[in-house]
Write a protein that binds this ligand. Structure first.
Ligand code: HDE
Length: 668
């Protein structure tokens, strides 16, 4: 299939295998690359060694500053396909022509940690998509949570200083469980709603392929008649929304810090292309004030039951990058990259972002020409009167480089709106210049409560435990007390339990906001569950029946379930079936389920801990025991939920268990 972006990138791709030999950057073939030029075999290196100088200088400058937030990330290429024209709402070409396939590049990220931090930390995940449309790049720079910590961009540097590792000792890495973060939260009650999301299971996704994405802000869509709708953008994952459990997430952070990155890479390499549907929530301009929240407030979501999500298209990620630095590290997103038919709202957080993103690239990518880096170039032609600057790659031909020139018929000249030129929505503004916040932004607690009310009992349990963990790590009594005071506005029982667990005083007065409203769409219980692309560890303890095992492997493959065979040593079971991991090289936390094939007692073997943690993390566990006493002493309730005894060749119930995912009723 034609993909304009990939064709464009191809021109810049250098394939080492095809090259004749080693040269300097000046094209000079070099006969030697191992020894620097010296005055005598044991003498000093000579200044004239241009090859050494060039090689070392380039190496000395290989690193660029990491992103100030969202430093750790992973990217992939893909396509976006529209289902039906949205011409009623927007004139954006890629949203009105369903025959077009738009190339995309997506970068997922964590926020707090640095480039080398672990993937599975408790954090918000960035979900940034660049659509390379025929009218220019449109960047949807979103997160996996629909709201944000603050309402006004001017607070962002403060918020980031608070959540990042503390300045005096650069601790902690990849974690919000520390005093400055919780101090900020306690002092800034507008963060109440977002902190509930942050403490929920959404902050520890099972896979980047199993997260929702949200544009967070309210944008505008404008149709060809100039009519506007407010819009919120959503990504809905085809595999549903799934999370890790906290103990598992922490374990993975050590066992495989690249867990999410590897999961995405391997799924794409295997051809299990991750998919998301694009959804829009639309509010006509005239209904702006019909809700019990301000639609410009980025700490508020639009409950899906009140404003339904219209599914409009599908994104498929189908190609890994060729080079991480060139593509994933150098990609530069910006919420201000829009196309005709998409415009902004006055959300004060969005307004500030419109400044920050270009600005940050100037120091990160070293100058004003970063749009010429291959991954950032639009697939349509681009030209204007901007010139020169660091790393200018283009040769601008001709005498003029200014608007209103007579010498070159004023080329390149502005394009009228009816020929595709961008026109801003003519919103009427009438107000005084003030530094302040609208009264309509002041309800900090109703939606925090709505979110909490909407969670299932086990999700609420996890959220409570997360709070006790995070605040339990704080040292300052005042910070803990303030955080509890914030919770006391959301849910009294939550505040009481947290206070007790962290040794903080229980606030005298109950300030809980009164609301029993729920939004079922906010609970992960109501998500899609499939066995596809999940993984099962097949644990050997003794000799398996290889013929039977082979039929099971066939069933796993049929259901697109990935598997590893784990034993004490790597070995071949027959010509095709091999042990792929040892108990040393892998861990139960890296799988969604386990199947134990045991002909020997399990006590005092590494398989025991494996199945105990599988059980502890609520995952399905199947046992095939040729020795009926094999599990004696394992302290696993073999009659418990999500445990399968495989006696015959049928493993179908186990497959269904893998689809279901977790057996939370083990908590009871
Ligand atoms: Fe960002 N954010 N942000 N942010 N953000 C950056 O831009 C900023 C916000 C988001 O994979 C930076 O290129 C301000 C909300 C993602 O390359 C920086 C404010 C949302 C990424 C920046 C916000 C996001 C960034 C750092 C408040 C969800 C990673 C490096 C006014 C809707 C993009 C960079 C990638 C990155 C500023 C708030 C999402 C400094 C000032 C809300 C996914 O420009």
């Amino acid at each position: 299939m034609e993909n304009k972006k990939l064709e464009q990138l191809q021109k810049y791709t250098i394939n080492n295998e095809e090259k004749a030999g080693l040269t300097t950057n000046q094209g000079l073939k070099m006969a030697e690359d191992e020894f620097s030029l010296k005055a005598g075999e044991r003498g000093p290196t000579l200044m004239e060694d241009f090859h050494f100088r060039e090689k070392m200088t380039h190496f000395d400058h290989e690193r660029i500053p990491e992103r100030v937030v969202h430093a750790r990330g992973v990217g992939a290429h893909g396509i976006f396909q529209l289902y039906e024209s949205l011409a009623d709402y927007t004139k954006a070409d890629f949203l009105t022509d369903p025959s077009k396939t738009t190339p995309v590049f997506v970068r997922f990220s964590t926020v707090q940690g640095s480039r080398g931090s672990s993937d599975t930390v408790r954090d918000v995940r960035g979900f940034a998509t660049k659509f390379y449309t025929d009218e220019g790049n449109f960047d949807l720079v979103g997160n996996n949570m629909p709201v944000f910590f603050i309402q006004d961009a001017i607070k962002f540097p403060d918020f980031v200083h608070a959540v990042k590792p503390e300045p005096h000792n650069e601790i902690p890495q990849g974690a919000s469980a520390h005093d400055t973060f919780w101090d900020f939260i306690g002092q800034n009650p507008e963060s109440a709603h977002m902190v509930m999301w942050h403490m929920s299971d959404r902050a520890i996704p099972r896979s980047l392929r199993m997260m929702e994405g949200f544009g967070v802000h309210t944008f505008r869509l404008i149709n060809a008649d100039g009519q506007a709708h407010f819009v919120k953008f959503h990504w809905k994952p085809a595999l549903g929304v799934h999370s890790l459990v906290w103990d598992e997430a922490q374990r993975i952070a050590g066992k495989n810090p690249d867990f999410h990155r590897q999961d995405l890479y391997e799924a794409i390499e295997k051809g299990d292309f991750p998919e998301w549907e694009l959804g829009l929530q639309l509010i006509p301009e005239e209904d702006e004030h019909k809700f019990d929240f301000d639609i410009l407030d980025p700490t508020k979501l639009w409950p899906e039951e009140e404003v339904p999500v219209k599914i409009v298209g599908k994104m498929t990620l189908n190609r890994n990058v060729d080079n991480f630095f060139a593509e994933t590290e150098q990609v530069a997103f910006h919420p201000g990259h829009v196309v005709p038919g998409i415009d902004f709202s006055n959300d004060p957080l969005l307004q500030g972002r419109l400044f920050s993103y270009t600005d940050t690239q100037l120091s990160r990518l070293g100058g004003p020409n970063f749009h010429q880096i291959p991954i950032n170039q639009p697939v349509c032609p681009f030209h204007n009167n901007q010139r020169d600057g660091m790393h200018q790659m283009n040769i601008h031909h001709g005498q003029t480089s200014y608007h209103r020139n007579g010498l070159n018929a004023n080329q390149p000249k502005p394009v009228p709106a009816d020929q595709g030129g961008y026109e801003h929505y003519q919103e009427k503004i009438d107000g005084r210049k003030i530094r302040g916040r609208s009264e309509s932004f002041r309800d900090f607690y109703s939606q925090a409560k709505l979110f909490y009310n909407s969670l299932s009992p086990f999700e609420q349990r996890h959220l409570k435990d997360a709070l006790s963990f995070e605040l339990g790590k704080c040292k300052s009594d005042a910070v803990k007390a303030n955080a509890v005071a914030l919770l006391n506005h959301i849910d009294r029982e939550l505040a009481e339990e947290t206070a007790e667990n962290i040794g903080a005083p229980i606030p005298k007065e109950n300030c809980e906001v009164t609301s029993s409203k729920k939004s079922p769409a906010l609970s992960m219980v109501n998500t899609i569950s499939k066995p596809d692309t999940k993984s099962v560890a097949i644990l050997l303890n003794g000799e398996p029946d290889v013929e039977l095992l082979t039929t099971w492997l066939g069933t796993f493959a049929k259901h697109k379930i990935n598997y590893s065979i784990v034993d004490k040593k790597l070995r071949s079971l027959n010509q095709t079936v091999k042990v792929t991991d040892t108990y040393e090289t892998t861990d139960s936390s890296l799988f969604d389920a386990a199947l134990l094939i045991s002909s020997e007692p399990i006590i005092q073997t590494p398989a025991l801990e494996f199945i105990q943690t599988t059980y502890k993390h609520y995952k399905p566990l199947a046992v095939s025991l040729s020795n009926p006493n094999a599990l004696e002493g394992s302290r696993i309730n073999l009659e418990g939920p999500g445990i399968y005894h495989i006696i015959t060749s049928t493993i179908q119930p186990f497959i269904e268990g893998i689809a279901e995912g977790r057996f939370w009723n083990r908590m009871l």
